[in-house]
Write a protein that binds this ligand. Structure first.
Ligand code: ADP
Ligand code: MG
Length: 464
């Protein structure tokens, strides 16, 4: 994350309470996009902002919304549109954290795939801020359950992805419901023409802010390898065995390719899981949980599936196939090398794709380095870092069963057979939970959970 000394949040006209809360969350210096956009956002301007994933865009609009919020007026004042439930949840969580300094702020998440009844009940309390996916929000506007009269801020987060997912019509219909006199903030990781067009039709004299990333720093070691199409898989395996990244995302252009590649790698003894647009939300959650809790070191994804995900500690990004456009390439590889660590970006390309390499060089304003796969040394014995350290247990109980992370950790460590250190990340969903445990103790942990009780009840548990 790029920050500089002078960019502390304290230069902004925010209350001391708000600043103290920011600081307690570890927010001291603004990121580049925050430093450029927040003064304008606080000034009430419309904004068209582009910056890569992980650059801190959420706080850039959330602080703006919270700054002008009239928390004593029980009306819905801000609406944030996100492409997926997952992203809406992430954004709500961040807004809630930032809102801790303001008493009684009511934030509601409204997404599809959830029952409408509880949403109607929550809407009757006129939440101050609503975060959700376009389809469901439109439905509530059409039903009259969401009162838009007092809305003064509209945010389109991950606008490029919403357009990719076909939300254009829904967004335009939502606009028809909400007051013209409003601040409209549009955030996007890439900047295709469609974004400029939608901005023209819904924004009022927006300030255009773009934070380019790659050529400003050299935190990413980037190497290209030329291969024949038929040798791609073999080359990929050689890259994995040479670099042995403890966590990596491999990009493919099509979902079928993701699936096929995951299977091929598995046949070669390398565990990998695929994330693509065809997965149901439940499967998607499960795949991401397994990757983030370190039960899989390799995630294979399409651009659409991976965009917007806030994955930390990614050691490498590997392009099994080059993307069509240079800006997408830069966006892909920008996921590694965050938080001051040097990242690794490896790309396979075919001789017919020379033109794409030139486009990348022009975009990043520096030449690319091309190496030979044949020159890579391969680890003899094992796959080392590639082997996941953790295993995920899936428990058929979640939030709806009033099961929390503490209950699961308690059940595992109660008899002091296992220690807390052997237990990794715990993720709780509505009706299912996942707990990562160190591989050598997975069977024991399974037995403890299956034989014992969680919150006084027995639940079904299995190893994923
Ligand atoms: P984006 O929406 O641009 O992909 P996010 O808003 O999700 O990025 O932020 C990425 C991560 O950086 C989050 O974990 C967030 O909490 C953290 N973050 C954002 N701004 C700051 C800051 N100023 N200082 C420290 N951490 C920050
Ligand atoms: Mg974001």
């Amino acid at each position: 994350m790029t920050t500089t000394e002078q960019n502390t949040f304290s230069v902004l006209p925010l209350t001391t309470g708000f600043l103290a809360n920011l600081e307690s969350s570890g927010y001291i210096n603004m990121t580049a996009i925050q430093a450029q956009s927040l003064p304008l956002v606080l000034d009430g301007r419309d904004l068209l902002a582009q910056a890569k994933t992980g650059s801190g865009k959420t706080a850039a609009f959330a602080i703006g919304i919270l700054h002008k919020l009239q928390s004593t007026s029980y009306t819905t004042q801000a609406l944030v549109l996100c492409p997926t439930r997952e992203l809406a949840d992430q954004v709500s969580k961040e807004i809630r954290r930032l809102a801790r300094a303001i008493p009684n702020t009511n934030i509601l998440t409204l997404c599809g795939g959830k029952p409408i009844g509880p949403q109607l009940a929550s809407l009757r309390r006129n939440p101050h801020i609503i975060v959700g996916t376009p389809g469901r929000i439109l439905k509530h506007l059409e039903k009259g359950s969401l009162t838009p009269d007092a809305l003064n801020t509209l945010v389109l987060d991950e606008a490029d992805r919403m357009l990719d997912m076909g939300f254009y019509d829904d967004i335009m219909r939502i606009i028809n419901f909400i007051p013209d006199k409003r601040q409209t903030l549009l955030f996007s990781a890439t900047y295709p023409d469609a974004i400029k067009n939608i901005s023209d039709s819904i924004q009022n004299d927006p300030v255009d802010i773009r934070v380019e990333s790659l050529h400003q720093d050299n935190r990413i070691k980037q190497v290209f390898y030329e291969v024949a199409k038929s040798d791609r898989t073999e080359a990929l395996i050689a890259l994995l065995k040479h670099y042995q990244p403890a966590s990596s995302v491999i990009f493919c252009n099509r979902k079928q390719q993701c699936q096929d590649l995951a299977e091929t790698l598995q046949q070669n003894g390398i565990a990998a899981i695929a994330l693509h647009g065809d997965l149901e939300q439940k499967e998607r959650d499960r795949v991401l949980v397994q990757f983030i809790n370190k039960s899989s070191t390799i995630l294979i994804a399409t651009d659409v599936a991976a965009r917007g995900l806030d994955i930390k500690d990614l050691q490498a990004v590997i392009n099994f196939e080059l993307s069509q456009d240079a800006d997408i390439h830069i966006h892909r590889i920008g996921r590694t090398g965050r938080a001051g660590q040097e990242g690794l970006a490896l790309s396979l390309f075919m001789s017919s794709e020379a033109r794409k390499l030139i486009a990348i060089e022009e975009y990043q304003k520096s030449p690319v380095r091309i190496d030979d796969v044949a020159g890579l040394s391969l680890a003899e014995d094992s796959n080392g870092n590639l082997i996941p350290k953790m295993v995920t247990l899936c428990i058929n109980a979640g939030r709806k069963n009033k099961v929390g992370a503490g209950d699961i950790l308690g059940a595992l460590t109660r008899e002091s057979e296992l220690t807390g250190k052997q237990v990794g990340k715990i993720d709780i969903f509505d009706v299912v939970s996942y707990v990562a445990v160190e591989k050598p103790i997975a069977r024991r942990a399974l037995k403890i959970l299956s034989d014992g009780k969680i919150k006084g009840r027995k639940f079904r548990v299995r190893i994923l």
